[in-house]
Ligand binder design. Sequence first.
Ligand SMILES: [Zn+2]
Length: 261
Amino acid sequence: MSDRVAEVEAQIDGLPFFRQPDWSSRYPGLIQGVSRRERELGFKAPPGVDEGAAPAAPAAPAAPVAQPAWERLRRATGFRRLVRCRQVHGSKVIGCSDEAEPGVDFLGEADALVTDRPDTLLTVTVADCVPVFLLDPDTRVLGLAHAGWRGIAAGVIGSAIGRMESLGAEAARLVVHLGPAVCGDCYEVGPEVPAALGIEGDPRFVDLRHSAAERLLEAGVDAEALTISENCTLCDTTSFFSHRGGDRTERMCAFLGGACG
Ligand SMILES: [Zn+2]
């Protein structure tokens, strides 16, 4: 369907991360990546959130955890504002177009963030779910989604693109990368997962990034503009945290921001 690409390991101010191989040269002002598995970086899921499990009901109050890891990332990347959210495997998107105070901003519950501001760094945390990086090079509208099977089934990808379009982006112009996530050989699931994703044949293994890519193409993204990371979070638990691999609180931080046009 689309190119599988080897991501490049890089560092910003001592913070190791993996990035899409071509974007930094094609879009010089853009910052994109997923932090490497390093416990001392300290990116954690908020307490009580068990990624991959059934969503907790009702939602706990949106209490931010301590934010030193995000503040370090903000300073290292030089962004005025960093935004983050508590991911709940839904389809809610938060737009970040407003002039806000500098610093790290916890915006509550959502699974995708969108901005048209080059001074704002979008972040989500992942550990098997798919980080979906979306950019419109013409309008500089950016989107970043956290897409597990529940979020994909709930329509988070289409919702994120719709919100980007409300800021002037066009789906047909988007450039998209699917970052490190659990691969189709590793992700063994019950029948509820293929049923929710509309996959026929009741397979025992599901490729989340394949399902995410299908949703992107359905939304109007050009297949030629889509790249998919070769990295699997469960095949390579040296480089990545994996919820399936036993990491319950630690996460990688996916980030996207800057001027891409
Ligand atoms: Zn794998």
